[in-house]
Design a protein around this ligand. Structure first.
Ligand code: HEC
Length: 195
């Protein structure tokens, strides 16, 4: 069986609308002719033995949350409105997780203070920010500044504006002087910054 034939078997390997068969009628004739062909059997094997377990596996990926305190609360609450996988699809630091959780509360998530603390700790510990190279403040785009330093859009814009007007920042002290920035917040993130 060549590649074209194999493709045609794959493409026609669908159920007939309204019918009970597995194949389009034309394809069914062909398939009968070549059903003993090892290649066709191979296609069946791929579908039934590879794709099925794969589908089950992806559907259950949530079951593989790391065991740690806070797992139960996270599973129960963060899987309510959307798939739990979506909840843990991001990696961020504790402050980032705090913002995400505040956002979820704003969207209607019912979480007690105790649960909030447990989930926040669980997420920050098990889905931490990925180690990224330092961000060069003099080259960074507004989006990079926003996401890496958890700034608002207007704060990131203020940095770009300041940079364009007054030239490159030489140190963290220069950066702290940008109007509208929270100096303490910038100080806390100095390890992530390069000049
Ligand atoms: C009351 C329903 C609800 C609950 C409970 C909930 N979420 Fe959400 N979540 C949403 C909605 C709605 C969106 C889509 C928001 C959007 O697209 O702006 C979302 C989106 C997200 C996203 C995608 C990124 C983003 O910020 O939009 C993440 C991550 C997330 N939720 C995490 C969580 C975590 C963690 C929990 C548990 C603390 C949680 N969610 C519980 C409603 C909920």
């Amino acid at each position: 069986m060549n590649a074209d034939e194999r493709r045609s078997v794959l493409l026609t390997h669908e159920s007939v609308p309204g019918g009970q068969g597995f194949f389009h009628r034309e394809a069914a004739k062909d398939a009968k002719k070549s059903i003993s062909n090892p290649c066709v059997l191979g296609v069946f094997a791929v579908r039934f033995f590879l794709l099925w377990p794969l589908a089950l596996f992806t559907g259950r990926a949530w079951a593989q949350l790391p065991e740690a305190p806070g797992k139960e609360e996270t599973k129960r609450i963060c899987g309510k409105c959307h798939e739990l996988e979506r909840s843990v699809s991001v990696h961020q630091d504790e402050e980032g997780w705090l913002q995400t959780m505040d956002k979820m509360v704003g969207l209607g998530a019912k979480i007690t203070d105790e649960e909030f603390g447990a989930i926040l700790k669980y997420l920050a510990k098990n889905f931490p920010a990925e180690e990224l190279p330092k961000l060069n403040v003099n080259k960074a785009t507004a989006i990079e500044l926003e996401s890496r330093l958890t700034l608002t859009r207007s704060q990131a814009a203020a940095i770009l504006q300041h940079r364009a007007k007054k030239g490159p920042f030489k140190s963290i002290e220069d950066l702290k002087k940008v109007p509208g920035l929270d100096a303490a917040k910038i100080e806390a993130k100095k390890d992530r910054l390069a000049f």
